[in-house]
Design a protein around this ligand. Structure first.
Ligand code: G3H
Length: 525
């Protein structure tokens, strides 16, 4: 083990409070220890980072009551507030959050093993997302601040909140993906209950007070504990209006099923995927290899957008696999703060054994490991194996490995790719490597109907966050982007009136007295 530089040391701490009804309540019950799989001793041992409250059903229902009270049947301060005042709260929050960058980044490295550069990138991308959301909401609101007239009826149409949102984020992008749900939900006037994932939980401690200071009481409530303990009781009450979750479809379906009135529940889901990379015979191989490496193995493949299977044309497969396997073996493994690390410790203790199972299954069914270091194990890692030839019978063909493992399958006709993607459970994105317009065009024209983003000679990715992020089949429900998320967490609602002297006078009075936060034509600069 390399010595840990002093600036990256962490001192274990107990997160003693949780946020309900605008108060940071001290917890006197059980706590759950949080460990990092990164060792801080010569002899390997997980590092204790701290502990968080192990809350139960009672606290979960209190958080729900707090969010419902803050929404108060649509009468609450927050849902009826002027848009510019909600924006002011968000600005206050992001300013306070920015001061905590270093603390959050350090915990992110230890908790989920994300490299220093990527952890910083995630933090900055998240604050940028908040600023972009504010600008997008101003634009949306300004465009809505005018009356329309049709067939003798006037209307002032805006987007209004949906109610109470239960928000569950993932461990791989604990900050960015979670905030990409919480922030649009809040700014549109909803109230929120949020529970962090199992990994990437202590990193919220430095910003807990910012939430408390910036938002009125009950608008945001933050719970700790096991998802399966705290989330079902909340859903069973039927008082949740939006379930916002980034995770897997099993959890999403199970939680959705707990709700007694499913028609009243809006879903915003980012789920699993098995994005393919397709290398056509005329692809620029250097380019394809480099993008496939980043696409498959950035953050150890723990991205929903990661390339999780590569289809390489029969004519070039030998050369591609040779170059790809060599490059994989050159990737540097190390602790997140080390220079130029691409591969880092896996935060899930059980992940190396799972990846090993997939490898063993593939080997037993005829694949071989193409790179020298493939499958080498340490206590907290398994070096990415490049597996070829992969067949449909192997588990790695259909399971989302979400880790360092690259299955490769060869093909001869584009129709094979189309059929396999059409038959897959997933439909998020694809990477397509090639040049010839006569081959690319028909493929692109079909693939856009099977997935939601075709990346030409580029890795799959969510960003830039202003672009739509969604998927078909088991990969998503709803669309997220700075612009689309505002719509996902709101509904169109309007005030209308017959165009006559009587009504015009009343609406004039409403506008002139500036008494309504909805009926106004203010322009937010
Ligand atoms: O885990 C899924 C993330 O949204 C992927 O984001 O493509 O920017 O790495 P990214």
């Amino acid at each position: 083990m390399n010595k840990i530089p002093e600036e990256h040391y962490v001192k274990p701490f107990q997160q003693q409070t949780y946020l309900i009804n605008g108060k940071l309540r001290t917890w006197n019950g059980d706590f759950t220890n949080i460990y990092s799989t990164i060792s801080s001793t010569e002899q390997y041992a997980p590092t204790l980072l701290g502990s968080v409250p192990n809350l139960g059903k009672e606290q979960a229902l209190e958080a729900l009551q707090s969010a419902c009270d803050a929404y108060n049947k649509g009468k609450g301060l927050w849902p009826t507030m002027k848009v510019k005042d909600r924006i002011a709260a968000l600005l206050k929050f992001v300013k306070l959050m920015e001061k905590k960058r270093d603390e959050v980044v350090k915990l992110m490295m230890w908790e989920i093993g994300k490299s220093l550069a990527d952890s910083r990138k995630e933090f900055d991308r998240t604050t940028e997302y908040i600023y972009d959301t504010i600008e997008a909401y101003k634009k949306l609101d300004n465009e809505s601040s005018k009356f329309q007239q049709r067939d003798g009826v006037y209307a002032l149409i805006r987007r209004g909140p949906l109610g109470v949102v239960l928000c569950l984020g993932p461990y791989n992008y604990p900050l960015n993906e979670t905030f990409a749900l919480i922030i649009p939900a809040l700014v549109m006037g909803n109230t929120v209950i949020f529970k962090p994932a199992k990994h990437g939980v202590l990193l919220f401690s430095p910003i807990l007070e910012a939430f408390q200071e910036a938002f009125p009481q009950g608008v945001i409530n933050i719970l700790y504990g096991r998802g399966r303990t705290v989330a079902p009781p909340i859903m069973q009450t039927g008082r949740i209006d939006v379930l916002a979750l980034i995770g897997n479809s099993k959890t999403a379906i199970a939680l959705q099923d707990e709700h007694p009135n499913k028609n009243r529940l809006r879903l915003v889901f980012g789920l699993e995927a098995k994005n393919p990379g397709v290398v056509l015979p005329d692809a620029n191989l250097d380019f394809a290899v480099s993008e496939c490496i980043k696409g498959a193995l950035s953050f150890n493949g723990q991205r929903c957008t990661a390339l999780k299977i590569l289809y390489v044309h029969q004519d070039i497969k030998d050369e591609f696999i040779k170059r790809f396997a060599e490059k994989v073996d050159e990737l540097k493994f190390g602790n997140p703060w080390e220079d130029n690390v691409m591969l880092t410790p896996l935060p899930e203790v059980e992940k190396p054994a799972y990846i090993q199972e997939l490898i063993d299954d593939a080997l037993a069914k005829g694949a071989t490991i193409q790179n020298k270091k493939g499958g080498q194990r340490t206590e907290n890692f398994i070096f990415p194996a490049v597996l070829y030839p992969v067949t449909k019978e192997m588990r790695v063909y259909s399971e989302e490995q979400f880790g360092p493992l690259v299955p490769i399958k060869s093909f001869t006709h584009s129709s094979e790719i189309i059929n396999e993607i059409a038959d897959s459970k997933y439909g998020q994105q694809i990477s397509l490597f090639g040049e010839d317009p006569n081959t690319l065009a028909p493929l692109i024209d079909t693939l856009v109907n099977l997935v939601c983003r075709v990346n030409l000679n580029s890795l799959c990715q969510r960003g830039p966050d202003v672009f739509p992020f969604t998927g078909r089949k088991d990969s998503a429900v709803g669309t997220l982007s700075v612009h689309d998320a505002l719509r996902s967490f709101s509904i169109r609602t309007f005030v209308s009136f017959q165009n006559n002297d009587y009504n015009r006078q009343i609406v004039d009075n409403l506008l002139n007295t500036n008494t309504s936060n909805f009926i106004n034509t203010d322009y937010i600069l």
